[in-house]
Design a protein around this ligand. Structure first.
Ligand SMILES: Cc1cc2nc3c(=O)[nH]c(=O)nc-3n(C[C@H](O)[C@H](O)[C@H](O)COP(=O)(O)OP(=O)(O)OC[C@H]3O[C@@H](n4cnc5c(N)ncnc54)[C@H](O)[C@@H]3O)c2cc1C
Length: 388
């Protein structure tokens, strides 16, 4: 067992860090408070080979591993937390599902702009009545000659105010087997995008309404029966949220450490107070443990899709650790940490969201329990007659 990065991984981490320091450090605070997608950063990252790290070279990607993409998130986040969202988009988000299952024609049409940082994609899975119970989704896709007609509403989609392309989970028929996915372009007649709403993090999302929205049959990504495949590739997205949560926690930890080493009260640096030393020790224990779980899930996936169990364990640990560290960092830095002049409070607000998004802590724990007991626990209400 080797807990060290390879020489190649160390070189890669170093080159990403140098890139981030040269191009992203200066406006890190401003970027964090701008809700819109940073296309300028995406274009820079594309030129640097940081988009499509895990996507095959034949599709315009870098043909790298999931661990490489995790390293990229960590290095970028350590300099400019907000820019790590671009690494997420270009490597972990719906783009990865699209690259995994898209047809050659679909990829040729959309991947160049997405990987070039000229366009962004958004995932429409959640609906007003289908959150954790994702298979309750009602947005329908009805065949009509050479087209499909989409009807329904999606909510909470990240990057929806800026996205040119939407990957939607839809229902072709009843039950889990009736679920698949389609690609819908912004501007398609019958597709209405509502006014932006804000999350606590400052990120914006729009309600997406589909009213008799006709799309060509070529825009079907996965037909009926596609749900399992979608969820398998969604584990990559989860791992991106996992990596960002921990990286944001580490960012806040590092800022608090610097602050505690230099800020003096009662005539001594804060780090000399044992009450704060033990906070740092507790934080380090959580950080190191969660970090190993993240690397295990990424390394075992290599160039493929990560295991659902390892992803669930890593995401739960990193989501909790990321938030707890950022929250403690605010406390350690006092009013300065609570101020919008530092990025520590931003890290706290962002990490809070990942405890809900992309598999809430509770849903992850349900999955972990299923692994422990090696059986499925149906969360749905049983009918009285079925229980008899
Ligand atoms: C920052 C952020 C970004 C997001 N981005 C996207 C996106 O890009 N695309 C998209 O489609 N959606 C997105 N979402 C939505 C996200 O997927 C949902 O918030 C998530 O699935 C939970 O659904 P819900 O919010 O409706 O909560 P609900 O499902 O209503 O759950 C409410 C609470 O009950 C708990 N709960 C529910 N069922 C169970 C159960 N069986 N056992 C134990 N506890 C349970 C949940 O864990 C939660 O704490 C995003 C959300 C956030 C916060």
């Amino acid at each position: 067992m080797n807990f060290e990065f390879t020489d190649e991984q160390k070189l890669f981490a170093d080159s990403v860090r140098r890139f981030a320091l040269a191009h992203l450090e200066k406006d890190a605070l401003k970027r964090a408070h701008d809700p819109r997608f940073p296309f300028d950063v995406a274009k820079l990252m594309s030129a640097q080979g940081l988009m499509g790290i895990t996507i095959a070279e034949a599709d315009g990607g870098q043909g790298g591993t999931l661990t490489d993409a995790v390293i990229a998130i960590e290095q970028v986040a350590s300099v400019c937390p907000r820019s790590a969202d671009v690494i997420q988009f270009g490597n972990f988000g719906p783009i990865r599902t699209f690259a995994e299952y898209g047809s050659a024609a679909q990829k040729a049409r959309w991947l160049p702009d997405l990987l070039g940082g000229r366009a962004v994609m958004s995932l429409g899975m959640s609906e007003p009545d289908a959150g954790s119970a994702a298979t309750d989704l009602a947005t329908s896709a009805r065949a009509d000659g050479t087209h499909y007609v989409i009807d329904g509403t999606k909510v909470f989609s990240t990057f929806s105010p800026d996205a040119a392309l939407f990957l939607l989970y839809v229902r072709f028929g009843p039950g889990v087997g009736g679920i698949g996915s389609v690609l819908v372009e912004r501007g398609t007649p019958g597709f209405h995008i509502g006014a932006p709403s804000s999350f606590m993090s400052g990120e914006e999302w729009c309600e997406l309404h589909f009213d008799n929205c006709r799309i060509p049959a070529e825009n079907v990504l996965l037909g009926p029966g596609g749900f399992k495949k979608q969820m398998a590739s969604f584990n990559v997205e989860r791992l991106g949220n996992t990596a960002r949560a921990l990286a944001f926690g580490r960012y806040a930890f590092d800022k608090a450490r610097e602050h505690a080493a230099s800020r003096q009260q009662f005539g001594r640096p804060l780090c000399e107070f044992q009450g704060l030393q033990w906070k740092f020790a507790e934080m380090a224990i959580k950080l190191e443990g969660a970090q190993l779980l993240l690397y295990r899930a990424a390394a075992n996936a290599d160039r493929g899709l990560p295991s659902a169990y390892e992803t669930a364990v890593a995401k739960a640990a990193c989501n909790q650790t990321g938030f707890e560290l950022a929250n403690e960092a605010v406390q350690i830095m006092g009013a300065l940490g609570y101020s919008r002049d530092t990025l520590v409070e931003y890290c706290m607000r962002r990490t809070r969201g990942w405890m809900i998004a992309g598999g809430s802590l509770e849903i992850l724990k349900n999955r972990i329990a299923e692994h422990i007991f090696d059986r499925r626990f149906d969360q749905r209400k049983r009918h009285a007659d079925a229980a008899e």
